[in-house]
Each structure stands twice: as C-alpha cells, then as structure tokens.
Design a binder for this molecule. Structure first.
Ligand code: GLN
Length: 203
C-alpha cells in the first residue's frame, strides 16, 4: 500500500511537497487539524516563516498532538522552516519550538548575499551523485547533540540532520527535480524498525 504522508498545510510551500511526494509514489494529505494527523504515516513540515507557523500550530491545537505522535515514532521531516520549528533551540528566538530533534539552529544564517543559492551537496546516504540543493533564507545547524547524525554540510555547517525518526534539511528538495530526499523519507516511513536511532539500533 502507498504510504499516506501528511504535509502541514498552515503556511509555506505545501503544494510543491505534495507534488514531489506523488512523483515519488506516495499519497499526500494536507494536514490542518488533529484529526488529519491520525491518518498519516509520516509528516512533512514545509518551508515558510517559522515564527508565524509556531503561533499557528498553537492556535490550531496541532503542536501537542504532533509532538506526541513523533515521540511515539512517527517519522517527521522539516524542510527549512520545518527544521527550525523542530529544533531544540533557535538562536535569538524566545518562542518555544516543538523540540523534536537535539539541534541548535540559526535562522537566515548564510547571509544576505547568499539568501538564495543552489549548491551541489554531497549527501553520502543518498549515493555518490551530488544533490542540487536550493537554499532560501536558510538556517544552518550550530549544534548537534550526540544522538544526531549530520548527513550533509555546507560551508562547514550541518544542513541535513537526522535523529532516529526525525529528519531536517536546511534546503528545499521539493523545489527541484531530484526526488532522493523524498524517497529517503519514504523509506523511513516504510521501514521504521531500521530507523530507531544509533543508541537503540542494536536492540
Ligand atoms: N527564514 C525562514 C524562517 O526563519 C525560513 C525560510 C524558509 O523556510 N525558506 O522561518
């Protein structure tokens, strides 16, 4: 059966993720309510504006049920703003995050000149072919905890990370043609037992 993957649809580049998921062979559901969350096997939080979405998550009463499902093992992928929302801490930001992955991030970190950039990234978990990564006012990872795997770096900073069932990318795979990160996430959904994290992988 095709996995049903939720895309948080409060704000941001939702339709691009839906299209990429469908091209990768998955079915997508726009997530706007806690009921939607119950139907999905994994959740993507797209790019957008993190301060706005954090407020909307509270207002739509989605923050708590998302955290509960992800802590119970549901795969989660945050792209750009989605990774900021999932981070443990965000430099200079007081608002509470969902705190799903033990990273510290800095927003808009690559500076004004590099606000938007396309970069060939080496991402060994995706194979030896570089990944054309699109960055838009992207965050970078300033701190990654011991349980976090840094899967790709740009300019010496982590830009793709994973901790157990939680994936984060600073860049936007949904805006390009390369489906490998979407496929990687679908594998996390399809084979959750292979992805229980470093510490418990042997259990
Ligand atoms: N700069 C945005 C933020 O801080 C993120 C940008 C994006 O998601 N493309 O929320």
């Amino acid at each position: 059966m095709r996995p049903l993957v939720g895309v948080l649809a409060l704000q941001g580049d939702v339709v691009e993720h839906v299209a990429a998921l469908e091209r990768a062979g998955a079915a997508a559901l726009l997530v706007k309510t806690p009921c939607d969350l119950e139907r999905i096997g994994g959740l993507i939080v797209p790019g957008g504006e993190s301060t706005t979405v954090m407020k909307l998550l509270e207002r739509f009463e989605l923050a708590e049920p998302i955290v509960a499902r992800v802590r119970a093992g549901m795969p989660f992928w945050g792209t750009c703003m989605g990774m900021i929302v999932a981070a443990h801490d965000v430099a200079g930001l007081e608002q509470p995050t969902l705190d799903l992955i033990d990273i510290g991030v800095r927003r808009n970190a690559f500076g004004r000149q590099n606000e938007s950039a396309e970069v060939d990234l080496m991402i060994p978990v995706l194979g030896s072919e570089p990944f054309r990564a699109i960055f838009i006012r992207a965050p970078w990872i300033e701190r990654a905890g011991p349980e976090v795997d840094v899967l790709a770096e740009r300019a010496g900073h982590g830009v793709m990370v994973r901790q157990s069932n939680v994936l984060g990318t600073s860049f936007h795979p949904e805006l390009g043609n390369d489906l490998r990160v979407h496929e990687y996430f679908l594998e996390m959904i399809g084979r959750p037992h292979l992805h229980v994290g470093k510490a418990s992988a042997a259990a």
